[in-house]
Write a protein that binds this ligand. Structure first.
Ligand SMILES: C[S@@+](CC[C@H](N)C(=O)[O-])C[C@H]1O[C@@H](n2cnc3c(N)ncnc32)[C@H](O)[C@@H]1O
Length: 124
């Protein structure tokens, strides 16, 4: 799997981004981003302008942040250490949200889906 901790790894990420039509200049949120490799992929290969990742596990977030410092992407990718069910994202309007091999672990799926929808529909 490498750092993209989902089934299919990089190949699957490329396929999904293509199918979703994720385009240059968009901004997005990765709910349950783990190490953030999926966000780095989107910034590097799809030229996404900005990503914010939310993950509840410090053991994922800390190395993810360290990778950014060495990779020159710290100005375009941010991490939030939080439970996606309790964190109310306040980063402004985003064009898309992504979650890979992770939402199955989140207990309250209706609440998760509602938050994901809110992120897309919010103004500003
Ligand atoms: C298999 S990994 C996700 C992989 C990542 N999306 C990727 O594609 O590389 C599952 C992640 O979900 C996170 N997670 C599970 N439940 C969560 C919750 N309620 N809030 C935030 N993160 C959660 C875990 O901390 C873990 O990092």
């Amino acid at each position: 799997m490498g750092e993209q901790i989902h089934f299919g790894g990089l190949t699957s990420s490329m396929d999904l981004a293509e199918r979703a039509g994720i385009a240059e200049g968009w901004s997005g949120v990765d709910l349950c981003c783990a190490l953030g490799a999926g966000m780095r992929f989107l910034v590097r290969f799809r030229k996404v302008a900005r990503m914010t990742g939310v993950d509840a596990t410090r053991a994922m977030v800390d190395p993810g942040v360290q990778t950014l410092c060495g990779g020159g992407l710290a100005d375009r990718i941010a991490f939030v250490e939080a439970n996606v069910l309790r964190h109310r994202f306040a980063g402004g309007k985003v064009r898309f949200r992504v979650g890979r091999d992770a939402w199955c672990y989140v207990e309250d799926k209706p609440k998760l889906i509602a938050e994901a929808a809110r992120l897309i529909n919010q103004k500003g």
